[in-house]
Design a protein around this ligand. Structure first.
Ligand code: ME8
Length: 528
């Protein structure tokens, strides 16, 4: 009996191993991780895939530049991407390398299926080739001066015998897919872009190469290897059990979300769905293309040498701030700039002052006024008849409802709404002034106020955990909650009054200690 899909399957692009990872790779990966953690928090079974794209001319050239055999080169660089995942506390369930047999064997099977049904045929290709993109361009695609539109580098005129995929045959089905389901390609600006591209007419596309051999061999013609893109795109199904384990595959496929940068739209929203259609497989439910991270106004990439390594920032700001900053600072679908100064300011304002100080103050008061134990608030829920508590209840609702924006990849919006609760709690503390209540001997009100703060800090820890899993865990431990943070599920965990009276809390260390004065100078905008 066929298995039913029961898993939220989420993918990032698989990254080229021609160089080490930079913050652009980390951007997509962290965003995907936040979504994966969020879906788990909401109770879904999640399968989160990332990995490395290891074939092709670019990688072979990078290996040659290092005087290395391509396999040795990729074996050396791929672990650097795994290190990035552990540095950033990414909770991926699988990591695929396209040089693994579990991938290469299935690529050959998939492509043979298309060849056997005459969706792949032999012909001569003439075109403009960009080695950095590993892609051919038509004369119309080129930037002024016959340059690659992405890399602004000279393209090469090439002519070779290639196998072609009958992409043109799938244009009507692709247009129907964009038309039929608005959520298939997101955001809308990207959907319009691909629709216009397909409406202008599709040409069949070359899927093999004979000029080098660092690729998956074409099984019916050993003079060819598959063009790296057709090998790479298939990782999303080969890593999900395609051709190897039907039951696993049916539980995962189609992917719920394929997250990419906007540079990969054509490959993921035209070529990839066409390949799936040809193989009779369902299309991913959504492909979402985010904007570019810019540094000094330019897209940062491995080829233009402006790449910043995530570790340079994590060393100074810590992993939590790293994860928070990019998602809070930039609207996810749009381009956005990184700057050292804005990261410093987010750390100080949002994290150290708004959240860190709040937790520190409340835990200190519990230690001084309540012997470190959660006090008895009387009624545990907020009193909506009291103006101050009613305002806080509204902030709580805003935060809980707002987090659902993560499902639409609106991370900035979700965090803004969560910070409505953090600010609300700060206002609540100021309004109630527990130090005054203490002085005035108003113990009942004092206990109620501090309970409310602790209990809602517990909710903040749960809600912020997909974005800042480490800081959330530290806060969780300080609050002394018995159940593990990882076992919390929404919406139940966001209910009021779940913190048990009498629980022992711990004060400090600070969630976000003051930053070291000196940071890596060359990352500051003024170069100081
Ligand atoms: O294209 N801003 O790999 P790649 C935001 N192997 N995101 C960025 C970025 C930036 N400046 N730079 C890179 C490849 N990215 C292929 C993909 S998939 C089957 C094969 C992120 O190493 C973004 O996700 O060049 C972009 O799409 C991806 O890295 C490109 O990584």
């Amino acid at each position: 009996m066929a298995a039913a899909k029961d898993t939220f399957y989420l993918t990032t692009p698989i990254y080229y191993v021609n160089d080490v990872p930079h913050i652009g790779h980390a951007y997509t990966t962290v965003a995907a991780d936040v979504l994966a953690r969020w879906r788990r928090l909401c109770g879904d079974t999640v399968h989160f895939l990332t990995g490395t794209d290891e074939h092709g001319e670019n990688v072979a050239r990078a290996a040659a530049r290092r005087g290395m055999d391509p396999q040795d080169h990729v074996d050396d660089i791929s672990p650097r991407f795994r290190e990035m995942l552990s540095l950033l506390h990414v909770s991926n369930d699988d990591f695929i390398r396209t040089t693994e047999p579990r991938h290469t064997v299935r690529v050959q099977e998939f492509m043979r299926l298309l060849y056997d049904q005459d969706d792949i045929y032999l012909d001569v290709y003439r075109g403009w080739y960009c080695v950095s993109c590993e892609a051919y361009y038509t004369a119309d695609d080129l930037a002024e001066g016959n340059l690659c539109p992405i890399h602004r580098r000279a393209v090469e005129r090439r002519e070779q015998e290639n196998y072609f995929f009958r992409l043109s045959k799938y244009a009507p089905a692709l247009l129907a897919a964009y038309q039929g389901d608005d959520s298939f390609v997101q955001p809308a600006v990207r959907r319009n872009e691909v629709r216009t591209f397909v409406q202008a007419g599709l040409e069949d596309v070359s899927v093999s190469r004979t000029s080098f051999d660092w690729g998956v061999p074409v099984p019916w013609d050993d003079a060819h290897v598959f063009y790296v893109w057709f090998d790479a795109l298939l990782n999303y199904v080969t890593a999900a059990g395609y051709g190897a384990d039907d039951e696993v595959f049916e539980r995962r496929w189609p992917a719920d979300l394929q997250l990419i940068g906007k540079d990969l739209v054509r490959f993921h929203c035209v070529y990839w769905p066409a390949m799936l259609l040809a193989a009779g497989l369902p299309l991913p439910r959504q492909v979402f293309a985010h904007g570019f991270l810019l540094v000094g106004g330019e897209k940062m990439s491995k080829t233009n040498a402006t790449g910043i390594r995530p570790a340079e920032l994590v060393d100074h700001f810590g992993v939590d701030c790293y994860r928070y900053y990019f998602l809070r600072e930039i609207s996810f679908g749009l381009d956005g700039s990184f700057s050292w100064e804005s990261m410093e300011s987010r750390y100080t304002t949002d994290l150290a002052n708004d959240l860190g100080n709040l937790a520190n103050r409340v835990l200190n008061m519990i230690a001084s006024y309540c012997d470190g134990a959660v006090p008895d608030p009387g009624d545990r829920a907020l009193d909506e008849g009291d103006a101050v508590e009613a305002a806080l209840a509204t902030d709580l609702r805003t935060a809980v409802a707002g987090m659902a924006a993560i499902d639409r990849l609106e991370f900035k919006r979700a965090l803004e709404d969560l910070w409505v609760l953090v600010s609300g709690l700060n206002r609540y503390v100021e309004a109630r002034a527990p130090w005054r209540l203490r002085k005035q001997g108003q113990t009942e009100q004092l206990h109620r106020c501090l309970y409310v703060c602790l209990d809602l800090l517990r909710v903040v820890a749960v809600l912020v955990s997909p974005v800042m899993p480490d800081a959330a865990q530290r806060l969780w431990s300080q609050l002394g909650v018995g159940d593990p943070l990882d076992d919390q599920r929404l919406p139940a965990a966001a209910s009021q009054g779940l913190l048990a009276v009498g629980t022992a809390t711990t004060r400090g260390p600070l969630l976000f200690p003051k930053l070291e004065e000196v940071g890596p100078g060359d990352l500051r905008a003024d170069g100081s």
